[in-house]
Ligand binder design. Structure first.
Ligand SMILES: NC(=O)c1ccc[n+]([C@@H]2O[C@H](COP(=O)([O-])OP(=O)(O)OC[C@H]3O[C@@H](n4cnc5c(N)ncnc54)[C@H](O)[C@@H]3O)[C@@H](O)[C@H]2O)c1
Length: 264
């Protein structure tokens, strides 16, 4: 029994050779997911913004890696990436809708219309487009879609109105898609992480308290019963479980992975 971060899972052999598309793959939780998939012999399509740093993705060593640059909020980019995926691999088994942005942090009354629209465009529209194009590609064979929501998708929080709205939308779309797509053999689940050690959170700490970002971390981790942030690999473990047949009777769930935050 351990309460420190466990970053390795027993790998189900059945995942080897499957094809997984991961958005926001170049760093953070997306990169950890690519690394986990690569360890399992999964063929990976890594989707991230143009100009993203690809070195760590390449170093993960996924067989047949396809690097796809684009914007998850653009339907035409999804069409191109799915077409490239089917040309290269002939199938899509797993889609991880992970790409996301946090938007400005601040009171609801100060959130600009532009911030709200951009966060919704990437986090909610991006997942909608992924579900639509991903499900079309999976038609006939089935598959597993994992959407990355947040604890902000199941509770209110504060100072992140656009982010919270977008992550609730992800949970709603997960439930709808699971219901609609069950007959097609496509499972759809969401993961809802608490703060995780990635650049998204580190930059939020610096923005909130440029002189003492550590103070923000101390305040945030005090609210988490386990007393720390998640490691990206811990979130990737749950994503991988939901992507695999080990979760074959699970669909429509939104699972907190939060060191006890939502239980407290
Ligand atoms: N880090 C956390 O504390 C935390 C907690 C809960 C949920 N999440 C969610 O996890 C997901 C991954 O976050 P992270 O912490 O790894 O963040 P991150 O900022 O480290 O990485 C996000 C990745 O998404 C990519 N991306 C952003 N906008 C994109 C777009 N329009 N098109 C394509 N790619 C785009 C970025 O280039 C980046 O590589 C996000 O959906 C985030 O909301 C993060």
């Amino acid at each position: 029994m351990t309460t420190t971060a466990s970053t390795t899972l027993p790998i189900p052999a059945a995942m080897a050779g499957r094809v997984a598309l991961v958005t926001g793959a170049a760093r953070g939780i997306g990169l950890a997911t690519v690394q986990q998939m690569a360890r399992a012999g999964v063929q990976v399509v890594a989707f991230d913004r143009p100009g993203s740093p690809w070195a760590d993705v390449r170093a993960a060593g996924a067989p047949g890696l396809l690097e796809a640059e684009g914007d998850v909020g653009q339907g035409s980019d999804w069409e191109r990436v799915i077409q490239q995926t089917l040309q290269r691999f002939g199938r899509l088994d797993v889609l991880v809708n992970n790409a996301g942005v946090s938007g400005a942090i601040g009171p609801l009354m100060d959130c600009s219309d532009e911030t709200f629209d951009e966060v919704m465009r990437v986090n909610a529209r991006g997942v909608f487009l992924g579900l639509k194009h991903g499900a079309r590609a999976m038609q006939g064979r089935g598959g597993s879609i994992v959407n990355v929501s947040s604890v902000s998708g199941i509770g209110g929080g504060r100072f992140t109105v656009a982010y919270t709205a977008s992550k609730h939308a992800v949970v709603g779309m997960t439930k709808l898609a699971a219901t609609e797509l069950a007959a097609s053999g496509i499972r759809v689940n969401a993961v809802c992480p608490a703060p995780t050690s990635t650049e998204m959170v580190f930059s939020m700490e610096r923005t909130v308290s440029p002189d003492d970002p550590e103070a923000v971390r101390r305040g945030m981790t005090r609210m988490i019963p386990m007393g720390r942030y998640a490691e990206p690999a811990e979130i990737a473990n749950l994503i991988f479980f939901l992507a695999s047949d080990a979760s074959s009777f699970m669909t429509g769930t939104a699972i907190p992975i939060d060191g006890g935050l939502k239980a407290a």
